[in-house]
Design a protein around this ligand. Structure first.
Ligand code: AMP
Length: 393
C-alpha cells in the first residue's frame, strides 16, 4: 500500500516538498499541452487545504543533462501554474532562495516553484548528498510524478531517506488502476502495442505475452516482425539489430499460446511526408519502393473484432503515422474501438498515444489514461518502480 496524503490531517506551519511531473511539451517557449500540470492540481489543492506554510514544487523539464539551460527554465511555466492554481506562484533558483521565501511572513500558504531539477547533474545520479540537501526544503515529501516513477533520481528517491514521504493523488490513482490490470486482469485480455521501435517495447511485449490472450502489434515496429516472418517489407522501418529478439518473442508467444496479430495489409507511401497520399496494399508483403505508414482495412477489421470482444485492453503506441492525415485512420479506428468497449477495463499510456487520444478527444472514454509512458510500461511489465517502492508501507 502506498502511504497516502489522506493520512496527513493538518499541515499548519509545515513546508511540503511536492515532486511533480511538469515536463510539458513546449513549442517556441510556449506550453503546447498543459495536461501534465493539470493532472497534479488535485494533489496541490488538497495539500493547500491542509494549511501548510509552503508548498515547494520540484520538477524536471526536458533533458538539460546537468547544464543550466535558459530555454528549459521552469520559470516559463510560472504564469500557467499561477493561473491554474489561481495563486501567485513564486519562483526560486536555489535551496537558499526557497528558504528565504519560506521565512517571509505571509498570511496564506506560499507556493514556490523550484528551478528545473535536472540543471543539477546530481539529480539523475540519485546522489545521496543532493537528496539530503533537497530535504532542507521542507519536512514532508509528496511524490506525484508518475511519469518519473521508473527512475531512481535524487528528487524521487534519495530525498525520501530524509523526510516523511507520501504518494500524491495522481500517483495513487495510477497505482490503483495499473495494479488492477497487472494483478487481476479480466479475460480476454488484449494488448495493443504500436509505435516506432521494437527496442523500446520488447520488454513489455515479452512480459505481456505471459499475461495476455492476444497481442496486437501495429505501427512501425510491426515491420520488424513481418520481416522475421519472411514477408517483404519494402522501405518500411526494420530494426536489424532486433531481428533475433523479435524471432525469440514470436516463438515464446507461441509456447505461451498467446495469439500475436500483425497487419495483413497496409497503407503505404513512396516517401515519409505529411503531404503524401496513401497507397493501399491489400496483402502483407510490401513492394520494394514503398514504406508502410499505416495498417490497412483488413487489419483494422481483424484488430477491431478482437478488441470488441476483450474484457481488458492495454494500449500503448499508434498503429501508424497518425500525425499525417493520410496515415491516421488505423490509429483513429483502433482508438475509437477501444474507447467504445465499455464492458472492458481500458488502460492506455505513452506520449504519442496520449497525443492521439487528444486528437480525437477520447480521453474521457477510457477507464484510465496513464500520464507515464515509460513508467506505465515498466509497471505493466511487473517491474518494481523505484520511486513507488520508497512510498510503500
Ligand atoms: P512511440 O513513441 O514508440 O510510441 O512511437 C510513436 C511514433 O511512431 C509516432 O510518431 C508515429 O508517427 C510513429 N509511427 C507509427 N507507425 C509508423 C510507421 N509505420 N512508420 C514510421 N513511423 C511510424
Amino acid at each position: 500500500m502506498l502511504r497516502s496524503i489522506d493520512s496527513l490531517s493538518s499541515l499548519t506551519d509545515k513546508d511540503v516538498v511536492v515532486r511533480v511531473d511538469f515536463n510539458v511539451p513546449m513549442s517556441d517557449g510556449v506550453i503546447s499541452d498543459d495536461s501534465r500540470i493539470r493532472s497534479s492540481l488535485p494533489t496541490i489543492k488538497e495539500l493547500l487545504s491542509k494549511g501548510p506554510r509552503s508548498i515547494v514544487l520540484i520538477s524536471h523539464l526536458g533533458r538539460p543533462k546537468g547544464a543550466v539551460t535558459p530555454s528549459l527554465s521552469l520559470n516559463s511555466l510560472l504564469p500557467t501554474i499561477s493561473k491554474l492554481l489561481d495563486i501567485e506562484v513564486l519562483f526560486a533558483k536555489s535551496i537558499a532562495e526557497v528558504q528565504s521565501l519560506q521565512e517571509k511572513p505571509i498570511e496564506t500558504s506560499a507556493v514556490i516553484l523550484f528551478e528545473n531539477i535536472r540543471f543539477d547533474l546530481r539529480e539523475e545520479k540519485d546522489d545521496a548528498q543532493f537528496g539530503k540537501e533537497l530535504s532542507g526544503l521542507g519536512s514532508i515529501y509528496v511524490n506525484d510524478a508518475f511519469g518519473a516513477a521508473h527512475r531512481a533520481h535524487a528528487s524521487t528517491h534519495a530525498i525520501t531517506k530524509h523526510m516523511s514521504s507520501y504518494a500524491g493523488l495522481l500517483l495513487e490513482k495510477e497505482f490503483k488502476n495499473l495494479s488492477i490490470v497487472l494483478e487481476n486482469p479480466k479475460h480476454p485480455y488484449i494488448a495493443v502495442i504500436g509505435g516506432a521501435k521494437v527496442s523500446t517495447k520488447i520488454a513489455v511485449l515479452e512480459s505481456l505475452s505471459k499475461r495476455c490472450d492476444t497481442i496486437i502489434i501495429g505501427g512501425a515496429m510491426a515491420y520488424t516482425f513481418l520481416h522475421v516472418l519472411g514477408h517483404k517489407v519494402g522501405k518500411s522501418i526494420v530494426e536489424n539489430t532486433f531481428l533475433e529478439t523479435a524471432e525469440r518473442f514470436l516463438e515464446s508467444a507461441e509456447r505461451e499460446q498467446t495469439t500475436v496479430l500483425l497487419p495483413v495489409d497496409h497503407i503505404a507511401s513512396e516517401e515519409f511526408s505529411s503531404s503524401s497520399k496513401g497507397i493501399e496494399i491489400s496483402e502483407a508483403s510490401i513492394p520494394d519502393h514503398l514504406m508502410a505508414l499505416d495498417i490497412g482495412q483488413k487489419s483494422q477489421k481483424i484488430f477491431t473484432e478482437e478488441i470488441s470482444r476483450a474484457s481488458c485492453v492495454v494500449w500503448n503506441g499508434p498503429m501508424g503515422v497518425f500525425e499525417f492525415p493520410s496515415f491516421e485512420t488505423g490509429t483513429k479506428i483502433i482508438g475509437h474501438t477501444i474507447a467504445k468497449n465499455k464492458q472492458a477495463i481500458t488502460v492506455c499510456g505513452g506520449g504519442d498515444t496520449l497525443a492521439a487520444i487528444q486528437k480525437w478527444s477520447l480521453g474521457e472514454e477510457f477507464t484510465h489514461v496513464s500520464t507515464g509512458g515509460g513508467a506505465s510500461l515498466e509497471f505493466l511489465e511487473g517491474r518494481q518502480l523505484p520511486a513507488l517502492q520508497v512510498l510503500m508501507d
